[in-house]
Design a binder for this molecule. Structure first.
Ligand code: FES
Ligand code: FES
Length: 161
């Protein structure tokens, strides 16, 4: 069954017709937000991580219709100071190789640093425990997140500025 569907995606109102069984990850990618990746489609890899109304979600586990009317943010729309610092830190620390997991890792790290600006290594590892990376061995990802947290500490965090 087809349904008319509306969300705010990365700050822009999007209206389209979707299959009522479509997953949120499929719809956001169809709407151009290709930074959210499809990995497993079973909730195991975290490549599809994004925000729905400010809360982290694995979008392969969310029916698109359940996000109707909500605000969805993918890596493309994450432009605040935390997101920018994390993106720089992932580059500086070699926190990616193929990059397939990276947008999901950064979405998780954004949520972590918003909630906890001074995470321990164990807290960082716990935060990314639902996200799989087959390339890096995780060390450089953890280092990138810790480095971004160090750089951000003491700054005023403003969202989407
Ligand atoms: S594609 Fe959603 S968790 Fe893997
Ligand atoms: S950098 Fe390749 S899967 Fe993480």
């Amino acid at each position: 069954m087809t349904e008319h569907f509306q969300i705010t995606l990365n700050g822009k109102l999007v209206e389209t017709d979707i299959d009522s069984r479509a997953l949120l990850i499929e719809v956001v990618r169809d709407c151009g937000a290709k930074g959210a990746h499809i990995g497993c489609l079973t909730g195991d890899c975290g490549a599809c991580s994004l925000e729905v109304d400010g809360r982290l979600a694995k979008s392969c586990l969310v029916l698109a219709v359940s996000a109707a009317g909500r605000e969805v943010v993918t890596i493309e729309g994450s432009r605040d100071a935390i997101a920018r610092e994390l993106q720089s830190a992932f580059v500086a620390c070699n926190g990616f190789q193929c990059g397939y997991c990276t947008s999901g890792m950064i979405m998780v790290a954004i949520a972590l640093l918003r909630a906890n600006p001074s995470p321990t290594e164990a807290e960082i590892r716990n935060a990314i425990s639902g996200n799989l990376c087959r390339c890096t061995g995780y060390e450089d990802i953890v280092r990138a997140i810790a480095s971004a947290a160090d750089a951000l500490r003491g700054r005023t965090f403003e969202r989407n500025t």
